[in-house]
Write a protein that binds this ligand. Structure first.
Ligand code: C5P
Length: 229
């Protein structure tokens, strides 16, 4: 059975009661939670405080991508909400990451700072279409290396890149892996997917799982199945 503390449940809903219900339902299992754009745009910091106030570890997944000053100010505001982990796009570049790291350190509050590398819905063909001449693996490793040098604690990547990132950036560099699917489940819009067992065996420190659990008829039962898949 996988360690439930290494599972992050994505609370993707635009209904606050639904989000809080998932937290109540799964909190005792010791998993962490992730609040992303869908819920944050609707309910903002209040919902974040309600979740962190329940004692749960929360990853605030707002994927910042802006110039250094704007991103750093947003990161400082986010860190005041008592979150465990937050992120920005690693492709925003070293100057952004360096500034965010510097200003976060100055607050004394230190959520894990994670960089998004190559989103898991992207295929090599789509990367080529937007002008990226590298494979997902090559680009993810490059973004992880430059991100680490600029002050990231870790990255979001697919299960197919995590081991290479560990090799390039060291064991302590945190890997957070979405695109997790049960062998028999719907893949939805994800492309570079993997099962929990594959992800943990290939360098994931944490896996992120949304719809396979939250959209199941019985989310608790789906969570248990995930721990054994
Ligand atoms: O429902 P599903 O398991 O596909 O949810 C994945 C979650 O992980 C979503 O909240 C999505 O925003 C997030 N994600 C991410 N980085 C990726 C892919 C998905 O943060 N590369």
């Amino acid at each position: 059975m996988h360690d439930p503390e290494r599972v992050i449940i994505a609370l993707d809903s635009s209904d606050a009661d639904t989000v809080l219900n998932w937290v109540m339902l799964l909190k005792d299992s010791r998993c962490a939670f992730k609040l992303g754009l869908e819920a944050f745009v609707s309910f903002g910091p209040d919902l974040v405080r309600r979740i962190t106030g329940s004692g749960a570890r929360l990853f605030l997944d707002l994927k910042f991508h802006d110039i250094p000053n704007t991103t750093a100010q947003a990161a400082v505001s986010a860190s005041s909400l008592g979150i465990w982990m937050m992120n920005l796009h690693a492709s925003a570049g070293p100057a952004v990451i360096t500034e965010v790291r510097k200003r976060l350190d100055a607050t004394g509050k230190k959520p894990l700072l994670i960089g998004v590398t190559v989103l898991t819905h992207l295929t090599p063909e789509e990367l080529a279409a937007i002008g990226v001449a590298l494979t997902p693996k090559e680009w993810a490793v490059k973004l992880a290396q430059t991100g680490k040098a600029s002050g990231l604690d870790g990255v979001v990547c697919s299960a197919h890149e995590a081991a290479f990132i560990k090799e390039a950036c060291g064991k302590e560099f945190v890997t957070v892996v979405p695109g997790i699917r049960l062998p028999e489940g719907d893949v939805h819009d994800q492309k570079r997917i993997a099962t929990p067992t594959f992800a943990f065996a290939n360098g994931a420190d944490y896996i992120v799982v949304g719809r396979p659990v939250t959209q199941a008829k019985d989310p608790r039962e789906a969570f248990e199945r995930l721990l054994n898949a």
